[in-house]
Design a protein around this ligand. Structure first.
Ligand code: SF4
Length: 474
């Protein structure tokens, strides 16, 4: 590693005390940069933070990697396929070196932390490898890489909460992510996150509220609070329920959501805030992972199925019609056919509205990698995954069909990918398609659901403004 540059790590400011911006917005332009994001909403928020840091360091953001002096891929390490995709992308990017021979390619985020300097062994054309706690100094690191000095910085810093920095750069649309918690202390046996993102730390409430107000000033109407286990948030005596209530009451915030909560830490105080604060949306993503108690125990999730079902009942009693999504993993170490059938039975009993379904893959550094055997054959994983997806597709279609005829409140986000309709989200977080030209992006309209596509609701705006009190927001 003798050729690698180490950028001096400045002291992280004490929580809640924004540091002076070390750069100057009017610095001469140093070059152009393009940031591409893979993975979760946390990565989207961090890409926005990186863009802001680089703009302040004198770089201009571009939308086309062919025009960039620096291309940064902000990556995910949750599944092997995601990492392979990123390696493939770096090879594709080499084509730009025909007309831009000095283009720097960098890998940021969880994959950088997971594979570290070995990324440069496999892909020597990658000049920058930076983990999720290194973005405060990303400008200096990019400068060094452009000087031909490869940089690897994957130090995790349990104090880094990016206080004083901004996650709004490059954000378009009325929905904005605000990170309130970083890292994870749960150490589920299958999960790479505690190793790639370090220990759990909560952003002080004052800093969270500063970020939320900044997002509202930048045009956001819906705030999504992010954390690896967002409801485990704790800062001094402030709980997640306290913080959620405070964010919901910020002027100009029409809607608040949060993701992803940890089932064990979902307490009555949080359910009460969800049920009583008008801006908090009736939707929650609650990862179950498996319907088998044996598998849940082996995963180290800290709950059994009965406890999870009881939580779902409490949520549905307090917030009638709440939209529930989940994560389901098939083929975890030692999963038998009986365990798999228990997952299908749990899905039938709970009837999630939507689910992210995936097959377990061994990530090499987790507790399961070290202690358990990845013994479910790939073809069995594929078959179980197909069964789970098929069952969930039916439940999702049924949930959407039940909404036909309802009046929904839609936050219009822009034009749908095919370009023939407007796309928005209702408070339950369903995608809603509206006729083109029937509403302004950024507005909140009431609409009647007329049908569904199997993945989205088809609706038509009704006369008159939304009755939601926050519709008067900017
Ligand atoms: S709670 Fe478990 S699955 Fe979620 S990030 Fe933490 S270790 Fe990973």
């Amino acid at each position: 590693m003798a050729d690698l540059v180490q950028i001096r790590r400045p002291g992280v400011p004490s929580s809640g005390t924004p540091p002076a911006d070390p750069t100057h917005a009017s610095a001469p332009e140093k070059g152009t940069v393009y940031v591409e994001t893979y993975g979760c909403q946390m990565n989207e928020a961090e890409s926005a933070l990186v863009r802001g840091q680089l703009r302040r360091a004198g770089y201009r953001l571009v939308r086309d990697p062919a025009e960039a002096d620096v291309v940064l891929l902000n990556t995910c390490a949750v599944r092997e396929r995601a990492e392979e995709r990123v390696f493939g992308r770096t090879t594709q990017l080499l084509a730009h070196r025909r007309h831009r021979p000095d283009q720097v390619i960098g890998i940021l985020g969880c994959m950088a932390e997971h594979l570290r300097a070995s990324i440069r062994t496999r892909a020597p054309h990658v000049g920058l490898v930076v983990g999720p706690d290194g973005y405060r100094r990303i400008g200096e690191m990019v400068d060094a890489a452009r000087d031909g000095r490869p940089v690897v910085d994957v130090t995790l810093d349990r104090r880094e909460d990016y206080a004083g920095l901004d996650e709004s750069e490059g954000i378009t649309g009325p929905r904005a992510n605000v990170t309130i918690q970083r890292g994870c202390d749960k150490f589920c046996t299958f999960c790479v996150v505690p190793f790639t993102r370090g220990r759990e730390r909560s952003v002080p409430p004052r800093e969270v509220l500063r970020r939320v107000r900044g997002m509202v000033e930048a045009g956001a109407r819906e705030i999504v609070l992010l954390g690896q286990t967002v409801n485990s948030y704790r800062h001094e005596d402030a709980t997640f329920a306290d913080l959620l209530r405070a964010v919901a009451r910020v002027d100009g915030v029409a809607r608040v959501r949060f993701t992803s909560p940890y089932p064990v830490d979902f307490d009555d105080a949080l359910i009460e805030v969800m049920a009583t604060e008008p801006a908090v949306c009736p939707q929650v993503h609650l990862p179950l992972q498996s319907g088998s108690d044996t598998v849940l125990d082996r995963m180290g999730r800290g709950y059994d199925l009965a406890t999870f079902v009881h939580l779902v009942e409490r949520l549905r009693a307090a917030i009638p019609g709440i939209c529930l999504s989940t994560d389901l993993m098939v083929g975890f170490c030692g999963e038998t056919e009986d365990d798999h059938r228990a997952t299908l039975a749990a899905m039938e009993a709970i009837r999630f509205d939507t689910a992210f379904c995936f097959a377990y893959s061994d990530r090499g550094i987790t507790r399961a990698s070290k202690r358990l055997s990845d013994d479910v054959p790939p073809e069995v994983k594929r078959r179980r995954l197909a069964e789970v997806i098929e069952l969930q597709d039916g439940h999702t279609r049924a949930s959407l069909s039940r909404r036909v005829g309802d009046e929904v409140e839609v936050l219009v986000e822009g034009t749908a990918r095919r370009g023939d309709r407007l796309l928005g989200r209702c408070r339950h977080f369903w995608n809603v398609l509206l006729p083109l030209g029937s509403a302004q992006p950024g507005s909140i309209v009431r609409a009647r659901v007329e049908g569904s596509t199997g993945r989205a609701l088809l609706a038509h705006p009704m006369e008159g403004p939304s009755s939601h009190p926050a519709n008067a927001a900017p």
